[in-house]
Design a protein around this ligand. Structure first.
Ligand code: NAD
Length: 260
C-alpha cells in the first residue's frame, strides 16, 4: 500500500491476459490506491483468466471485451467503459498491448514479411492512437494515458526484431499524443521496462540472454520486478506526476545508460 489516493478515479486497463501480465500488476496497484478499475480484455481466450483475477480486486470491476485490431471495438469499448464508470469519466488509461507473429521475433530482421510488419505495428503501436482518440472523449477532467515500451526502440536487441520498430513508433506516438491532448490536461507517458517473465516476453528468441545480460551490466546489478513498473504507473496516474507528459521513463535498473 502506497500513500497515493486515487479514490473517485476510474482506470481503464487494457492488456491483462494472466497473473503475470504487467497490466495485471498495474490494475492491482491502482485498485489498492482506491481507483475503480475497468479491465479491457482481448477476447474469449483470456476471459476466464481475467474474470477470476478481477474477483480478487478490492472493488467490483467491469470487464469489457476489446480486440485492439478493430477501431470500432476500441470506440465501443470506450463508450462501455465511460457508461460503466461510477463517475461517467475515465481518468487513467493503461495501454499494455503488444503482438507480433512468433516467426518475426527471431532470425534476421531483414526477413520480416510485410504482413508481419503490419501486424506488429498495427497491434503494438497503432492501437494506442484510437485508444487515445476515443478514450480522451471520456477524460473530461483531464487524465493520464500510460503505455509500455522497451529499449529496443532505440538500440538493437537481436530477436526483438520488428517489435523494436513497433516500440520506436509507439514512443513517437506518446510525444504526439501528449502534444495533442495537453490542452485538455491529459498527459501521455510510456514506461520503458526491463525484461520481465510474461506470456509475451517468453516467445522472444534470445529473451533469456537479454535478461541475464541486463542483470550483469545494469548499474543496480539485478533485474527489475513487476512491482517496480506498477509503482511507476501509480506515480504517473497520480497528481505527483502532474508536470510530466510526453516522457519515456526507464524502469530498468539503469541498464539504458550503459555504453558497454
Ligand atoms: P502479456 O502477454 O501479459 O500482455 C500482452 C497483452 O496484449 C495481452 O493481454 C494480450 O491479450 C494483449 N493483446 C495482444 N493482442 C491484442 C489485441 N489484438 N487486442 C487486445 N489486446 C491484445 O505480456 P506483457 O509482458 O505484460 O506485455 C505488456 C506490454 O509490456 C507490451 O506492450 C510489452 O511489449 C511491454 N513490455 C514487456 C516487457 C517484458 O519483458 N515483459 C518489457 C518491456 C515492455
Amino acid at each position: 500500500m502506497y500513500p497515493i489516493d486515487l479514490k473517485g478515479k476510474t482506470a481503464a486497463v487494457f492488456g491483462v491476459a494472466n497473473h503475470r501480465s504487467i497490466a495485471w500488476d498495474i490494475a492491482k496497484i491502482l485498485d489498492q490506491a482506491g481507483a475503480e478499475v475497468i479491465l479491457g480484455y482481448q477476447n474469449q481466450r483470456v476471459f476466464n483468466s481475467v474474470e477470476s483475477l478481477s474477483k480478487t480486486l478490492t472493488q467490483p470491476s467491469t470487464l469489457v471485451e476489446c480486440d485492439a485490431s478493430e477501431d470500432s471495438q476500441i470506440e465501443n469499448s470506450m463508450k462501455k467503459i465511460g457508461d460503466a464508470s461510477n463517475s461517467g469519466n475515465i481518468d487513467i488509461i493503461i495501454h499494455s498491448i503488444a503482438f507480433a507473429d512468433k516467426d518475426d521475433l527471431g532470425g534476421p530482421f531483414v526477413d520480416v514479411s510485410k504482413n508481419g510488419f503490419i501486424t506488429a505495428l498495427s497491434i503494438s503501436a497503432y492501437s494506442l492512437i484510437p485508444i487515445a482518440r476515443y478514450g480522451s472523449k471520456y477524460m473530461t477532467n483531464g487524465g493520464s494515458i500510460i503505455s509500455m515500451t522497451y529499449q529496443a526502440s532505440t538500440r538493437v536487441f537481436p530477436g526483438y526484431n520488428v517489435m523494436g520498430t513497433a516500440k520506436a513508433a509507439l514512443e513517437n506516438e506518446i510525444k504526439q499524443i501528449a502534444a495533442d491532448l495537453g490542452h485538455l490536461d491529459i498527459r501521455a507517458n510510456a514506461i520503458s521496462a526491463g525484461p520481465l517473465d510474461t506470456l509475451s516476453s517468453r516467445v522472444i528468441s534470445g529473451y533469456r540472454d537479454m535478461k541475464n545480460i541486463h542483470k550483469e551490466k545494469s548499474p543496480l546489478k539485478r533485474n527489475i520486478t513487476t512491482e517496480e513498473v506498477s509503482k511507476t504507473a501509480l506515480f504517473l496516474s497520480s497528481d505527483l506526476s502532474s508536470g510530466i507528459t510526453g516522457e519515456i521513463i526507464h524502469v530498468d535498473t539503469g541498464y539504458n545508460i550503459m555504453g558497454i
